[in-house]
Design a protein around this ligand. Structure first.
Ligand SMILES: NC(=O)c1ccc[n+]([C@@H]2O[C@H](COP(=O)([O-])OP(=O)(O)OC[C@H]3O[C@@H](n4cnc5c(N)ncnc54)[C@H](OP(=O)(O)O)[C@@H]3O)[C@@H](O)[C@H]2O)c1
Length: 301
């Protein structure tokens, strides 16, 4: 009989879900489910899944992540982002399992002039942020052995993200305009999964002691910060092979020049000090993580 812990990955087809499957490979008996196996908007399906699998660890990488669409589908976004995480946490508690969940910089209004810390007051500007905050609060109210990692500007080699959009547009155009007054930390899904695995390994090995020593909410992003325009310029400067040697120009514009249904915070930078102090884990600086993802994309050409 296997002594490996059973690990349930929810949202396995998403950016973070795919990287979690890679990072946790060999670490446990992995049950990876996507939307076809469970609809998070249906509470009974969520409960039935956990009761059937009986995992030692739940990694919830699923979410309603269409930030602009959430403005017109707030109920659906709330069911997936606000209600389902609480149900997963309740089921985890009844099994004494570890529950890992991801949240977002968009719980903040962006008005602070320095990096946000976990104790700062959330005040979401949009429906997505409101629903993600509800999810955090639901898990915290349930309690137990849980970890919530708030992250930002997630991208990777798969799925729908800023990097892949810039590469596509960069092949089509010589000049693009990109928002320059929103600051954040681009964070690769691979770095998130690697750090998550390191922390989960430590928790399962009782390295951090009792849950009261480690359970809680942590910020988890790559190091450093930039604007979306700065991120685009870094992509164009490093992706010559992927752009057939072309270097498109990224011209800065303000958020006011690029209206979207959902408002977004100006300062999204999260402080990772608590994560580093508690777990001794640090994600790579964002340019380094970008190089790794570009390297993977280039290798696949
Ligand atoms: N992306 C970002 O920039 C960002 C920033 C900060 C925080 N986060 C958080 O990081 C986590 C991972 O995000 P990500 O970028 O990996 O997201 P993603 O690529 O959009 O993946 C989310 C996954 O959730 C699945 N899903 C959506 N609705 C579902 C439902 N009703 N039932 C079951 N599965 C459902 C999606 O399936 P379908 O593909 O079938 O829809 C998708 O596979 C999320 O908690 C997100 O809020 C993301």
């Amino acid at each position: 009989m296997s002594t490996l812990p059973r690990i349930l990955i929810v949202g396995a087809a998403g950016q973070v879900g795919m990287e979690l499957q890679r990072s946790f490979s060999g670490r446990g008996a992995i049950v990876a489910v996507d939307r076809e196996s469970v609809d998070l908007a249906v509470p009974d399906e969520v409960r039935a899944l956990v009761r059937r699998v009986r995992p030692a660890v739940i990694l919830n990488a699923a979410a309603y992540t269409a930030v602009d669409r959430a403005e017109s589908e707030p109920e659906l976004a709330m069911a997936i982002n606000g209600v389902a995480p609480r149900i997963l946490a309740e089921e985890a508690l009844s099994l004494d399992s570890l529950m890992v969940h991801y949240s977002t910089d968009y719980v903040f209004d962006g008005e602070k002039q320095s990096p946000w810390v976990e104790e700062d007051q959330p005040a979401p500007l949009n429906s997505y942020g409101l629903t993600k905050l509800a999810g955090e609060q639901g898990i915290q109210q349930v309690g137990g052995r849980f970890l919530i990692f708030r992250t930002s500007w997630v991208y990777g080699p798969h799925g729908s993200n800023f990097l892949l959009t810039m590469l596509r547009l960069g092949r089509e155009r010589e000049r693009l305009t990109v928002v320059d007054d929103q600051i954040g930390a681009p964070t690769s899904a691979g770095e998130l999964a690697r750090a998550t695995r390191q922390i989960v390994d430590g928790v399962l090995a009782s390295k951090f002691g009792a849950p009261e020593n480690w359970a809680g909410l942590y910020h988890m992003t790559c190091g450093g910060s930039t604007s979306w325009c700065g991120f685009a310029r870094a992509i164009f400067a490093r992706a010559d092979k992927l752009l057939d040697g072309r270097v498109p120009v990224a011209a800065p514009i303000s958020s006011a020049d690029y209206p979207t249904p959902a408002r977004r915070p100006k300062n999204s930078v999260l402080s990772n000090a608590k994560l580093e102090e508690r777990f001794g884990v640090r994600l790579a600086p964002w340019p380094e993580a970008l190089d790794a993802v570009l390297g993977e994309l280039s290798a696949a050409l």
